[in-house]
Design a protein around this ligand. Structure first.
Ligand code: NAD
Length: 372
């Protein structure tokens, strides 16, 4: 598993968490693929995953783990017990290429990693900071033209798309855990088809949108009339600081918007806000207010408050996605994997947005893994 953004909160929590699981020092709470609905013989074991990655900062992984221990995200004693394994994992992290032919340099690191660790296949997971939308998307419709334009610096693309290109050039699958442009660029998607590899996305569904994807189908099924739906998300840490930028915030808000349209038909009026509160650190507070009416137009309201630890919610999903996408790659799946919509705020394809319907698609997909 190769992380773009390997020293960030989610990547560090994922690496530490998988080492703790392997050492028997943690239980797979939050790991969907640990449920009995997922055939263990169809998926690579968490203990068999090997991690590497790129980052633009060089803060030692042990230091990042220490920070997450101090923040209460990671447990102190078990983390101390795996210090040796963490040191070993850190040897597979590399400085992110940022100049010259970035795609070729990333692809070379991916190929070298796959050979060095003897992996059957590599899944690249994008965990870099959320980027603003690309509007318009670059019109290079042909993958070769895109690669040539990138190599000569005639065209610039954001890191999410560069990592996706490099993954496909190196024959790796790709997961976009962010709402960034990534594979949305048509010629990048074409590269995946040409390389015959699968990809999944977009934007991990870990908090407010997860709740919406459960509650909105309830209103729809009970034929209650949702009149407005508003929310405020307050978060700290690196993700919070980055989302204070209006461009990055626009990508996140667009991604969050899909669930109500997909479950209620129309997006009811309301405001969704994102605010940066450094004091919250890795915790996120989402507050939502839904006004609706019932029989004879009687007005009612629902409010919820969610206090989630973002990285603890995201890391097990990253492990799930790595296992599922690696299995899809092994089974010869090519292009988008809409069946993994369960994990995302803005799923690929035209699949359902309600969590239960997405769960049925996911388990049907998992049941087919490894079948001839
Ligand atoms: N935590 C969640 O619940 C959740 C849910 C959905 C989406 N996400 C998204 O996941 C991403 C990661 O979140 P996080 O909390 O770990 O953020 P973070 O800020 O802690 O980590 C991002 C890391 O990416 C690195 N980086 C920046 N530019 C890079 C580049 N060009 N190449 C390689 N690395 C680069 C940064 O140095 C940093 O270490 C964000 O985009 C966030 O929006 C998180």
């Amino acid at each position: 598993v190769w992380f773009a953004g390997a020293r960030g909160s989610v990547a560090t929590t994922t690496i530490v968490g998988s080492l703790l699981l392997r050492a028997g020092l943690a239980r797979p709470v939050g790991c969907v693929t640990a449920l009995p609905d997922f055939p263990s013989d169809g998926l690579v074991g968490v203990a068999d995953l090997v991690f590497g990655g790129h980052d633009v900062v060089d803060v030692p992984l042990a230091k990042r783990a220490e920070q997450l221990v101090s923040a209460g995200v990671l447990p102190a004693e078990p983390v101390a017990a795996i210090a040796g394994q963490l040191g070993e994992a850190a040897t597979e992290l590399r400085p992110a290429p940022v100049s010259g032919d970035v795609v070729a340099a990333i692809a070379a690191d991916l190929t070298a990693f796959r050979e060095r660790v003897g992996a059957d296949r590599v899944v690249v997971v994008n965990l870099t900071p959320t980027e603003p939308p690309l509007d318009p998307l670059p019109a290079h419709s042909d993958a070769d033209g895109l690669l040539a334009a990138l190599a000569s610096s005639e065209l610039r693309l954001p890191p999410s798309s560069l990592y996706a290109c490099a993954a496909f050039v190196a024959g790796c699958s790709f997961v976009d855990f962010t709402p960034s442009p990534g594979v949305r660029v048509p010629a990048v998607a074409e590269l995946a088809i040409r390389a015959e590899v699968p990809y999944a996305g977009n934007d991990g569904k870990t908090g407010e949108t997860l709740l919406k994807s459960v509650l909105a189908p309830m209103f729809a099924r009970r034929n209650l009339n949702v009149r407005s739906w508003s929310g405020l998300n307050l978060l700290g840490a690196g993700d919070g600081a980055n989302l204070a930028d209006p461009g990055a915030r626009a990508s996140k808000l667009a991604s969050k918007d899909r669930v109500l349209a997909g479950t209620l038909g129309d997006v009811p009026p309301g405001e969704v806000g994102i605010g940066y509160v450094p004091d919250l650190g890795d915790w996120k507070t989402a507050w939502n207010l839904v006004t609706f009416d019932g029989f004879l137009g009687v007005p009612m309201r629902l409010e919820f408050t969610w206090h989630g630890c973002d990285s603890a919610l995201a890391a097990p999903l990253v492990l799930d996605l790595a296992r599922l996408v690696a299995a899809a790659h092994r089974d010869g799946r090519v292009g988008p994997l809409p069946e993994l919509g369960f994990f995302f705020k803005d799923p690929l394809g035209d699949g359902p947005h309600g969590l239960d319907a997405q769960w049925r698609e996911l388990t049907a997909f998992a049941a087919g893994l490894g079948q001839p």
